[in-house]
Design a protein around this ligand. Structure first.
Ligand code: GDP
Length: 298
């Protein structure tokens, strides 16, 4: 991901090399190139507009620096602003003070929710937690089995519907899962929920109902970083539907242009908290805006 964007930004910066001081025309020219590079990477138009305005304003106002030449100064400004649109600081999970922390997952089918449940389970275990996964995606025929498989791989307990604990009713399953976690002293509950291929009123209502039933500490919106411009509409719909508290980007290992990654924070105002970079359970980590900006400008 970001290979093209990386090349395009490098070539924009190249034109500034060797210049003693940047004129307004130089800054306009580099801003124009950065703008086109971001738009071609599928970053949302509104995000690009604001980004460019800030870069230009700062570049025009930049002091003559002893330590940085003009090209380095512009690179630094772009780096700072990339960190800013990616969310600034790393946002960590807010654990509940008492009782199990409830983390609910929401997103379109295929975004990588079920895989993420396993990854998050393993990651939580490594953080010294005792997580439990709850299979409340009853829409997709084999979602429950899939969660059981990833749970087993991660060595994390999975609560799945059985006769008597709410077959067919994802809200009842989520509630029963939470009760089971309390009884068995698991301190984090990850609730997997159903998604469809497109935004769907019925499924969104179901997710909202699960949210209301389990009162999660975190609602993570899982989004495939390869979906390009559709990211904006999808993210806005989920924000309205389930009012998520954080974002997980998946498939950052793909070769798509990555605009979703750069837009979703600004569009929704919610922090990107984790990133998935492959199909293996270990291809996963907390999201660090500064490292991601560094990768893009590397
Ligand atoms: P769900 O429908 O949202 O539960 O999505 P799944 O967890 O079933 O994932 C859909 C597909 O994406 C599966 O084939 C996963 O192996 C794959 N997948 C999930 N996360 C990643 C990732 O970070 N990178 C890659 N390359 N594939 C992923």
């Amino acid at each position: 991901m970001f290979d093209t964007l990386q090349d395009r930004l490098q070539s924009a910066f190249k034109n500034l090399r060797g210049k003693g001081r940047l004129s307004e025309a130089d800054i306009d020219a580099v801003a124009r190139e950065i703008r086109v590079a971001l738009l071609d990477a599928d970053v949302a138009v509104s995000v690009v507009r604001e980004f460019i305005a800030r870069v230009k304003e700062r570049a025009l106002g930049a002091e003559v620096s002893q330590s940085l030449n003009p090209a380095q100064q512009v690179i630094k400004i772009v780096n700072d602003e990339l960190i800013e649109i990616l969310g600034g600081e790393t946002r960590r999970i807010r654990y509940a003070k008492t009782g199990p922390t409830v983390i609910m997952l929401a997103g379109l089918q295929g975004a990588g929710k079920t895989t993420l449940a396993g990854k998050l389970g393993l990651w939580l275990k490594e953080q010294g937690k005792s997580p439990m996964l709850v299979a409340a995606d009853l829409q997709r025929p084999n979602a429950v089995t899939q969660l059981q498989v990833v749970g087993e791989q991660a060595g994390v307990k999975v609560f799945a519907p059985e006769p008597g604990n709410g077959v067919g009713d994802p809200v009842a399953v989520a509630r029963a899962g939470l009760a089971e976690a309390q009884r068995t002293l698991h301190d984090v509950v990850v609730v997997d929920t159903a998604g469809r291929l497109g935004i769907d009123a019925e499924l969104m209502q179901q997710a909202a109902d699960i949210r209301a039933a389990v009162d999660p500490d975190e609602v993570l919106f899982v989004i495939d970083a390869m979906i390009g411009q559709d990211a904006v509409v999808t993210a806005e719909a989920f924000l309205e539907g389930v009012d998520f508290t954080g974002v997980v980007l998946t498939k950052l290992d793909g070769d798509a242009r990555g605009g979703a990654a750069l837009s979703v924070r600004s569009i929704t105002g919610r922090p990107i908290m984790f990133a998935s970079t492959g199909e293996k359970l270990t291809d996963f980590d907390a999201f660090h805006p500064d490292r991601m900006a560094g990768r893009i400008l590397d």
